[in-house]
Design a protein around this ligand. Structure first.
Ligand code: SAH
Ligand code: SF4
Length: 332
């Protein structure tokens, strides 16, 4: 899809056609201009030729998860995942970059290197793809999480635009509170988020209670220590008054000992306790590490809860089709 070409094709048309076209794409979710009979036949043909609406994707299904490998106009492949939650609501996990430059040791995307940032429309198209599918069953996308390939705060300009497009009442109309951005923790990016007026959610990939261990897992921790990160999060939480979800991947014998749980409880003392929520993510195999056993994860959670920290365990979806957290590597 190319909105510049759309503009160009509509440039000699009456002005209202542009709004109609936007509505066709983002509200009526048409796949093909042929379906949009509000436009005359010759215009539909021209649009299908100049600005086709098809999204080139291969979709794999496992239980309640669908993974789409989407081929972009330049041939790069990105991945998006649709998850059906237990309450029946649908979440789309979107990518924000082709690959990721940050190279976390446990993450398949990080190992695949970095190609480029996605445009806002390339991000929104991932949601459109699944929204079109769901519409056939009279269903819709309820939540969007930026937890696919890439670091959203390294592409904030386009990510911000995509959030505004997703939130548009005259378009896909996804509530800001149903949109979450996950970051490995970039202080400048978090300061930008603080200025963003929409009430979206922030998830922070923590994975370790101290800098030493964090640096082993996440190279970015060499640039920003936990002290600086916690200070900016403290400002964010106070300014926004919103919960932050701390993500913690549970890796066997690496970061899952109960001492680390105790250390986390101490670390969190500098933040408003009622705004902290820890989400323990069972590690999805990407090579190199092993997942923590389920009883260890439960014990870790219970230790946090006893320490007064709200903690949950993420249900892992889609690991067989490589669609779970950290397994997205842009391979078809
Ligand atoms: N770059 C952002 C968002 C994409 S990663 C970030 O790092 O937050 C989304 C989440 O998946 C992060 O919390 C990340 O740490 C986690 N993740 C990465 N690899 C994983 C793996 N192999 N198993 C489980 N979770 C993983
Ligand atoms: Fe990038 Fe996030 Fe993967 Fe780290 S975990 S390499 S920041 S996508």
């Amino acid at each position: 899809m190319n909105l510049q070409k759309l503009e160009k094709t509509l440039s000699d048309q009456p002005k209202y056609r542009r709004a109609q076209a936007q509505q066709a794409i983002f509200k009526l979710l048409v796949n093909n201009w042929e379906e949009f009979t509000a436009f005359p036949k010759d215009l539909r043909d021209e649009l299908n030729h100049e600005c086709p609406l098809e999204i080139q994707a291969e979709i794999h299904t496992e239980d309640k998860t669908k993974k789409a490998a989407i081929t972009l106009d330049d041939g790069n492949v990105i991945e998006a995942v649709l998850i059906k939650n237990v309450d029946g609501r649908h979440t789309v996990c979107v990518s924000s970059q082709v690959g990721c430059p940050l190279g976390c040791t446990f993450c398949a995307t990080g190992k695949s290197g970095f190609k480029r940032n996605l445009t806002a429309l390339e991000i929104v198209s991932q949601v459109l793809l699944f929204a079109r599918e769901l519409k056939k069953q009279d269903d819709r996308v309820d939540n969007v999480v930026f937890m696919g390939m890439g670091e959203p705060l390294l592409n904030w300009f386009e990510v911000k635009k995509s959030i505004e497009m997703l939130n548009d009442k005259d378009g896909i109309n996804i509530a800001a509170r149903s949109i979450s951005v996950s970051t490995c923790g970039l202080p400048d990016g978090i300061r930008e988020l603080m200025k963003f007026p929409l009430q979206i959610n922030l998830a922070l990939s923590l994975h370790a209670p101290n800098d030493e261990l964090r640096r082993e897992l996440m190279p970015i921790a060499n640039s920003y220590g936990l002290k600086e990160l916690l200070a900016v999060l403290n400002l964010y939480m106070k300014e926004k008054g919103r919960k932050v979800m701390f993500e913690y991947v549970m890796i066997d014998n690496v970061n899952d000992s109960m001492n680390y749980a105790e250390e986390l409880i101490k670390m969190f003392k500098s933040l408003p306790r009622n705004l902290i929520m820890v989400n323990l993510i069972p590690y999805n195999p990407t090579g190199g590490f092993k997942a923590s056993p389920a009883p260890v994860i439960k014990k870790f959670r219970d230790t946090l809860i006893r320490g007064g920290i709200e903690a949950t365990i993420r249900e892992s979806f889609g690991s067989r089709i490589g669609g779970a957290c950290g397994q997205l590597a842009g391979k078809k």
